[in-house]
Design a protein around this ligand. Structure first.
Ligand SMILES: Nc1ncnc2c1ncn2[C@@H]1O[C@H](COP(=O)(O)OP(=O)(O)OP(=O)(O)O)[C@@H](O)[C@H]1O
Ligand SMILES: [Mg+2]
Length: 310
């Protein structure tokens, strides 16, 4: 479109500046000026540069100049914001002039590398839990209401698996089949080629806790974003009793986001709804988004096995 554009990766940009010191015909100042004032500047691989004090300073000067003068700048990065130097981070987060777009897609070059979320997911422990081997428990002499509660939960889970929509909450006592159904949903989706993020409540809380550890080597900001924005989240065995205020706040942030964006979410818990954190409970009680299924059956002890023995 006739806009003179400078397109560089940050490591190349820094090389260009370094070598301008001994290049012929162009001084460092001239080159620096060209970059700082380009009509449009596109910087790729931001945040991967070796952060010598000099490089950091030059980069800051460029970003700052363009920030003050409102010159068009495009930055691409696979660093999370907390890995970027503070002064730059603050400028590229100014909502007045900056728009940020997060691309959640896996690597286009190796889409098959995306086996769901291997480091977060504990789904492989539940590979054998499916809808097909979910027993109707008709031979245990359970009350009609109890059998109905199982049927309803199973039906809701299969419907959700076929087409994830809204929130599905499964409650009930230990061993009644909540994890089984949650894992069956996840396995079904995985077989369809759309693996959801399956994570236990305690793993999630551990991750949120680690958000506060500033010496942690992993970028928890990025991970937190993943929990918040993943297209389908299956959270198994969540309890919100006895968590610290900091973790609680993170958890609120996560649920509020998924609530507002109406992102498909499954939550299983052995807590009653009344025991659930009040702010999360209020969102769960919104019937437009969420349906709660209370399984009233007792723990399952392998109906089929017993029958064979009999
Ligand atoms: N209706 C069922 N048919 C077949 N297997 C079942 C059924 N209900 C539960 N199970 C099995 O019983 C065991 C306990 O069930 P599950 O792990 O789903 O319980 P849970 O409700 O998640 O309990 P907890 O609150 O203790 O985590 C699992 O091995 C599960 O596969
Ligand atoms: Mg469970």
């Amino acid at each position: 479109m006739g806009v003179p554009t400078l397109f560089l990766t940050v490591p190349d940009l820094l090389d260009l500046l370094r070598f301008a010191f001994d290049a012929e015909g162009v001084t460092f100042e001239e080159r620096f000026e060209q970059i700082r004032t380009a009509a449009l500047l596109v910087l790729g691989d931001f945040g991967t540069q070796s952060a010598t004090a000099w490089a950091q300073e030059k980069l800051f000067q460029i970003v700052n100049y363009r920030y003050i003068n409102k010159l068009p700048l495009v930055v691409t990065t696979n660093a999370s914001l907390d890995e970027i130097e503070e002064r730059i981070r603050s400028r590229i987060q100014d909502p007045e002039i900056v728009s940020k777009v997060v691309i959640a897609a896996p690597d286009y070059r190796h889409p098959s590398d995306d086996k769901g979320h291997p480091e977060l997911s504990s789904l492989d422990l539940h590979a054998n839990k499916t809808f097909i081997n979910f027993d109707d428990r008709g031979d245990e002499g359970l009350s009609l209401d109890t059998i109905k509660s199982l049927e309803k939960a199973l039906k809701a889970a299969t419907t959700f698996a076929a087409k994830p929509r809204g929130w599905l909450v499964l409650t009930g006592t230990y061993g009644c089949g909540k994890t089984h159904l949650a894992a069956a949903i996840a396995n079904f989706r995985t077989d369809l080629g759309a693996p959801p993020l399956f994570v236990t409540g305690s793993d999630l809380l551990d991750h949120l806790r680690a958000t506060f550890d500033k010496y942690s080597p992993v970028s928890y900001d990025r991970r937190f974003d993943e929990f918040r924005t993943t297209p389908v989240l299956i959270l198994d065995d969540l309890t919100t009793q006895s968590i610290t205020p900091g973790v609680r706040e993170k958890l609120h942030q996560l649920f509020t986001y998924r609530y507002n964006a109406e992102l498909p979410t499954v939550i299983t818990t052995a807590d009653t709804v009344d025991e659930m954190d009040a702010r999360i409970r209020s969102r769960m009680l919104d019937k437009r988004l969420c349906t709660i299924y209370a399984i009233t059956a007792p723990a399952f002890h392998g109906g089929k096995v017993r029958k064979t023995k009999r």
